[in-house]
Design a protein around this ligand. Structure first.
Ligand SMILES: [Zn+2]
Length: 249
């Protein structure tokens, strides 16, 4: 059994750089506990939320940093656990009538007043790599000014993923694309998203930063990108950039 213990910052508790195999806390809030096995039969992990000092030998670690030391399977469990605990913490009352929600056995929450059932809310966001000849589009965002990444953005209601890609590129960079192609997706527990990745080719327009989210954006060569600070290897953003870097020039 492994324990995914999550604090309100979304950090997880590690022991010797691994998920703990015993529970170091004697007091565990029942309402913040999830047996992930109920959701994924192959999982042997329990997740719960707590805010307490790390016991001796344990350390609170940011989930992005935990990727460096956890096995892929444990990182996947941790991702899953972090999202469940976030949902538990932020879904306490019925949005329709304000009554405290009760958790049902099926891992949903139920309002005893108006009878509605609630499921975890996942926020989808697109991320896209746009190639132009021997170059690709990278941008530095105001939220993460220390590295260059790809264009991304949340999907709006009534919008397809593909429409979202076109809109985000227009809004943030002013460019148009062709050959939009699905790449893959990644659960994104910061705090409860999913990233849907695409590639595309540049089709027109001049780069013009639109809505203030980006500090700079341009098309860069492989030699330039290799010298830049780019996203960490676990992210779909990095997978998209690596696929381009590994292409035959
Ligand atoms: Zn209600």
């Amino acid at each position: 059994m492994k324990y995914i213990i999550v604090n309100t910052s979304g950090s997880i508790l590690l022991y010797n750089d691994s998920l703990p195999q015993t529970n170091p806390y004697s007091t565990v809030p029942r309402e913040l506990t999830h047996n992930l096995n109920l959701w994924r039969p192959d999982s042997d992990a329990i997740a719960y939320g707590i805010d307490a000092a790390a016991p001796d030998g344990y350390q609170w670690v940011d989930l992005r940093s935990a990727w460096l030391t956890l096995t892929p399977r444990d990182f996947d469990s941790a991702t899953h656990g972090v999202m469940w605990v976030h949902w538990e913490r932020t879904t306490r009352f019925c949005p329709a009538c304000g009554t405290p929600l009760l958790r049902s056995e099926e891992l949903t929450k139920h309002c005893p007043q108006c009878g509605k059932d609630y499921y975890p809310n996942i926020a989808p966001a697109i991320i896209v790599r746009v190639d132009r000849g021997e170059k690709t589009l990278l941008a530095r965002a105001a939220l993460r000014p220390n590295f260059f990444g790809l264009i991304s953005g949340f999907v709006e209601g009534g919008e397809t993923f593909e429409q979202c890609v076109v809109r985000e590129l227009r809004e943030e960079t002013g460019i148009e694309i062709s050959n939009l192609t699905y790449f893959g997706s990644q659960s994104w527990p910061f705090p409860s998203g999913i990233m849907i990745g695409f590639t595309a080719d540049y089709a027109g327009g001049e780069i013009k930063l639109g809505d203030g989210e980006l500090l700079e954006a341009d098309f860069y060569t492989r030699q330039e990108v290799l010298r830049m600070n780019i996203p960490k290897p676990f992210s779909i953003s990095r997978h998209l950039i690596d696929q381009w870097l590994n292409k035959q020039a």
